[in-house]
Design a protein around this ligand. Structure first.
Ligand SMILES: [Zn+2]
Length: 311
């Protein structure tokens, strides 16, 4: 079977400014490097629009209306100090969660084995009623909610290995039944959450890495803790928030991961998925701001997905 790559050119038009770390060049670099990978197990798909009903599975209607009512927009506006809407942002905002939903449906229907959604803006910091940290709508949470409510998928694991804690996804998941949210992130770091390692909610697990941690610490944590957590939950599908911002070249964090770590962790997650849920993994791009790190890490990530798909 194949690995689906989900992308839409509107993601290049969400204009935060070239000085902004979360700019269009990120996904441009990733898509261009994926196109150089001559794997026969890759197939490219577009991202349809999300519906208002699907957005409201995770966000308040008042917030959805507030965002959509900004458009048509003549001049960029800021939702907070680092989250911007530009005149052409709306299509990207609606096609990012739409792409995640489409990828989940295709994997669930066995049309493809697994998927990588190269979407932006990212989503895992977006909360029920506000955007933050470059995120406006929570792409992966919207996909997860659709998977549970519309597709009837019973047990859903969301793994977040962006270097920042996925606070928005956690807030949404902690009130849901039959979801497991596991985050591996640097702490302390923005947004300052995810430090309660003894979280009272059984379906939320946070694993923090200290500033300066590198490949050995990361891989030990995955092998000794994350794999056991996911396997004992035994999900029917795995959604992965993948951020490449823990890379040693990325100045936004202090972790020292190397590009190969992202291929390695993807292989481990695909192995868990092969045991639990027939290999069903949908990864969704979150952060990652150094272009060389993005190109190399996403190449390793896609190579691992396509290797798993072709087995
Ligand atoms: Zn991040």
């Amino acid at each position: 079977m194949k690995t689906g790559i989900f992308f839409h050119p509107s993601f290049l038009l969400h204009d935060t400014g070239l000085q902004h770390p979360e700019n269009f060049e990120r996904v441009d670099k990733i898509i261009k490097i994926i196109k150089t990978l001559k794997s026969s197990s890759l197939e490219h798909f577009t991202c349809p629009y999300v519906t208002e009903k699907q957005l409201c599975l995770v966000h308040d209607k008042t917030y959805v209306d507030k965002i959509t009512n900004f458009f048509p927009l003549k001049k960029s506006v800021s939702l907070d100090s680092d989250t911007t809407l530009s005149p052409m942002s709306l299509e990207a905002l609606l096609r990012s969660p739409g792409g995640v939903i489409s990828a989940i449906e295709m994997v669930n229907n066995n049309k493809i084995k697994n998927a990588f959604c190269v979407v932006r803006p990212p989503g895992h910091h977006a909360r029920k009623s506000n955007g933050m940290g470059f995120c406006v709508f929570n792409n992966i949470a919207i996909g997860a909610a659709h998977a549970a409510k519309s597709l009837g998928i019973e047990k859903i694991a969301i793994i977040d290995i962006d270097v920042h804690h996925g606070n928005g996804t956690e807030e949404w998941a902690e009130n849901q039944e039959n979801f497991l949210f596991v985050s591996v992130h640097q702490s302390p770091l923005y947004p300052g959450t995810g430090i309660d390692l003894g979280c009272s909610k059984k379906n939320i697990i946070n694993y923090a890495l200290s500033p300066g941690a590198g490949s050995i610490d990361f891989r030990q944590l995955i092998v000794k803790k994350l794999i056991t957590s996911i396997e004992s939950f035994n999900p029917n599908i795995i959604l992965l928030s993948i951020g490449f911002d823990g890379h040693e070249l990325d100045n936004i964090s202090d972790l020292k991961l190397i590009s190969e770590d992202y291929g390695w962790v993807t292989e481990r997650i695909c192995e868990i998925a092969a045991k639990c849920c027939d290999g069903k993994v949908i990864s969704v791009l979150e952060g990652g701001y150094n272009h060389r790190a993005l190109e190399e890490s996403s190449s390793y990530h896609v190579a691992a997905l396509s290797k798993a798909a072709s087995m």
